[in-house]
Design a binder for this molecule. Structure first.
Ligand code: SD4
Length: 331
């Protein structure tokens, strides 16, 4: 049967009716975000991003940019709970944890409970690059660092020691303040689309000697997959470890969630598994994430004295933005 004028008119009418819908159904052009991109936790994330941008601008590799950025925070005496002037454990000793993960080759390195070395992220990078291991802890980590020429030094300033000693005399608990949640976490995406993550911390104040938090545990404190994205955590490390939080966030992104939804979903899951966190004002947990596209996201459990914000740098010259994150619960 031939194609008649009547058929043509019918098809043309149907097509015309469908047109707006078809136009709407066109796949959206993905917005091209400027690269490299760096996201980093807390307000000092700005200084981290600026150092990383400088490194990228000077031709530095993805890992150089992340390491240099984290080093700036580790070196900053005003930042408690990371590197120099970090918060001591129950014995008055600063024990630091750090990890780095390179999406290229899915490589990782970490150190735990390392002492007297102000830049544990740099030691973690050496673990990744110079050994077949992922995690070295305690005296072994110190010996490894020493062999590579890292200088040992006192990490505790007089002021923080005095504060810690005073709290021992008064009430141990008083050493805890919610403004001391400030592990540095950073995720970078270079112009070639490669991802890496880095985390560095002195961990929870007054922790038991030898306690490792989530920060040196790949999959808990940080994780990245070059095909999908990266994620990292700050807050009560035990919660992040028990829920393999960073790994879980990346897997939710792999399933198609945007970084913010992925972070929120895993935070929801933590709350469901540990309902006590809803009423414990000390229970804090926050995540940052970046997808392979450069889209970023974050989530935080509760408000605290120091707002949870992240710094975000796009490109190598624009000043990083500071973005506030709305808490999941209100108190
Ligand atoms: C830890 N997650 O050792 C770290 C502490 C932290 O903000 O992030 N504080 O459990």
């Amino acid at each position: 049967m031939g194609y008649r004028r009547r058929d043509f008119l019918r098809d043309a009418t149907v097509a015309a009716a469908l047109l707006p819908r078809l136009a709407r159904a066109q796949p959206k052009q993905p917005v091209k975000l400027e690269l490299p991109a760096v996201i980093a936790t807390w307000d000092y994330g700005v200084e981290l991003c600026v150092a990383a941008q400088k490194s990228f601008a000077a031709g530095g590799d993805l890992l150089d940019a992340l390491e240099k950025g984290v080093n700036v925070v580790e070196d900053d005496p005003a930042v408690h709970s990371v590197g120099y002037n970090g918060l001591p454990n129950e014995d008055g000793v600063v024990q630091l944890d750090a990890s780095i993960m390179d999406g290229r080759g899915h490589r990782a390195g970490a150190v735990g409970a390392i002492e007297r070395i102000k830049n544990p992220i740099s030691v973690a990078r050496k673990v990744m690059e110079k050994t077949t291991h992922v995690l070295i802890v305690g005296a072994g980590a110190n010996a490894f660092a020493k062999k590579l020429g890292f200088k040992e030094q006192e990490l505790l300033s007089k002021e923080v020691r005095a504060e810690w000693e005073a709290s021992r005399k008064a009430n141990k608990e008083s050493f805890w303040r919610d403004d001391k949640h400030d592990t540095v976490c950073a995720i970078a995406l270079d112009a070639k689309g490669n991802l890496a993550t880095a985390v560095s911390t002195s961990g929870l104040p007054n922790k038991l000697s030898g306690r490792l938090g989530d920060s040196p545990i790949i999959g808990a404190g940080s994780y990245c997959d070059n095909d999908v994205g990266g994620a990292a955590a700050t807050g009560i490390g035990e919660l992040a470890i028990k829920n393999a939080a960073s790994f879980a966030i990346v897997e939710r992104m792999r399933a198609g969630l945007d970084p913010t939804r992925a972070c929120q979903e895993i935070l929801d899951r933590v709350v469901k598994k540990h309902p006590e966190v809803k009423t414990d004002p000390r229970a804090q947990l926050a995540f940052i994430a970046m997808a392979k596209s450069g889209v970023v996201g974050a989530a935080v459990l509760r408000p605290q004295k120091k707002l949870f914000r992240y710094a975000l740098a796009r490109g190598t010259s624009a000043a990083p933005a500071l973005v506030e994150v709305k808490p999941l619960i209100s108190a």
